[in-house]
Each structure stands twice: as structure tokens, then as C-alpha cells.
Ligand binder design. Sequence first.
Ligand code: SF4
Length: 318
Amino acid sequence: MITRTTNKNERVSFSGFTQPDAGQFKDVNLFGKTVSVVDNEKYEWANTTHLHLKVTEACNANCSFCVEHCQNRQDVASIARYEEAAIKVIEEMKSKGLLQTISITGGEPSLVLNRFSERFVKACETADGVYMNTNGTWLKDGNNTLKYAGLFNCINVSRHSVDEAQNAQTFGLDASALPTNAHLNALAGERDLRLQCLLLNEDTENVDNWIDAFPNVKDFSFRQVIKNNENTEAFELSKHKMETLIDFLKENAELQEQVVQDNYVYETWIYRGVSVTVSFSDMTFLVENSPTLMREFILHPNLKFGGSWYSEDCLFSF
Ligand code: SF4
């Protein structure tokens, strides 16, 4: 069951996922196959029908925690074929009432986005909102080198420390390859920009530092490391930072909402007039569930489409 509360006293423990409940899903026909999706009429507040267009696995950064390492970072074989598939997926999802929002993601999407056509952009614009997840390298020196930057309602920039050198080190890059704090802050004064931080580096859980360093940014998002077989130490460190951050928010901020699903929990707080979101996901559902169960929708660079971040588990192929 998906639950939601806006009352601080009713929020549940952050790490507690609910069990999947058959009542939360409904059957729909997608490209001629029956699949189960979250019933977005029952849970319209949860934004359950989100399409991730993973336009590439290539990246110009080298984060130690990157999950793309194990997928050989394949680039899109043919942009023309990818955008044909993406347009078909968007049209099919819309016709079934399944499309709310789209994220353009990767890898680093700015490496390939300029090669896409206006037709692709127009199809994306039929969604209620379009977002981009980026490491921000294309914004360095305050430049905007992306011709479709206007498509995005909000640009989600990964930033893993307030300290520019530590942030660059996390990306495995020289600081000169990334925008400075001042450049990002100036951009945030012009358009919606969310800073996304994986809680790992020293002091990242100190939300006051972030707000002081980026006074124009009105939206911060903090994620906890996802557990796998190799990262126990990083997972425990990140968990501790998340607990510290949540304890601070409970004392000092107003809860806007908490949404708990069987694989994902997020909560948004208002602190010093800005939005602070904390989230955690459990990816085990990806490998334990049937490929016909789709909580979210992902089109991979190799044109596999389904509910899994592992393209080989996906049901459809273009
Ligand atoms: S920026 Fe993202 S895709 Fe690139 S290496 Fe880091 S985690 Fe991976």
C-alpha cells in the first residue's frame, strides 16, 4: 500500500517500506501485453507514472558509486532509432493515461541531447513536466551549451559537497570541469534548479551549509546510498548521515509530505523557506519481481523498455 501523510506526528520510520499490496496495482495493455502498473487514479498524489528516458550510459565523470560501471556504459547506437522508440513509448503511455512526468537521464544526457530532433522535444512536451538529471559539466563557466535547455521544467544537478574541490573529487573530475557554486547559484536565480546530493561526503548532511552556499536554490534533495553486496561501509555511513539530517528536520522544519511505497520513500520538508527532500529506494524489487510489474517506466539506450533499471529484465524491445 502506498501511504501519504502531511502530518509530522503521523510520519513513519524512514527506513520502513510497506509490503506490496495487490490493491495498489491495476492491469493495463501496453503494446499488446498485459502489465501491472500502480493505480495512478488511486494514488494521483504519488506521481506513480513516471517515464525515465535514459538516453545514454556514457558519462564524462567517474563516480565511484556509479551503477553504470557494471553496464559497460553503452552509448545510444542510433539517436534516430532511440527517438523513434521514445516517441512510441510516450504516445502509448499517454493513450493509456499513464504518462505524468518524464526525466531525461543517463549516464550524462548532455553528451548526446543536442543530437536529438525537435520531434522528440515536442513529444516530451506533451507530459505534465520534463526534468533533466545531470552532473552539470555542460554548465561550467556559466555556459549553457544545450540547445533544448528550455524543455526542462527543472534541471536536477548532482552536487555532492558544498566544497568545490570535494565535489569534483567525488565526480573523479578536476574542479575546472564543473560549474562553480557561484555559477550554479546565478543559474538558480534565473530558472528552477534542484541540487541533488548523495549523502556520503563530510558534512553533506548539514543543510544550513547548503542553503548558505546556494541562497538562490529553492530545492535541495538528499539521497541515501542504495545497498548492494559491496558497499556496506558506504551504506552505513550514508544511513547515519540520513538519520542525522532527518532528526534535524524533525526538530527544525515543517513536513510538507511523506510518501511511502514498497520500494521507495520520500519526504519533503520546508526549512528556511526552501524545499528539502530526503529519499531512499530499495532496488531489490527490481530483481525479485515479475517483468510485467511496472512501478515506473524506463527506456534504455539499447531500446529495451520496461519497469527495471536492468535492461535485460525488461519486457519490451524496439
Ligand atoms: S555523473 Fe552519474 S552517470 Fe556519471 S559517473 Fe557519476 S553517477 Fe555515473
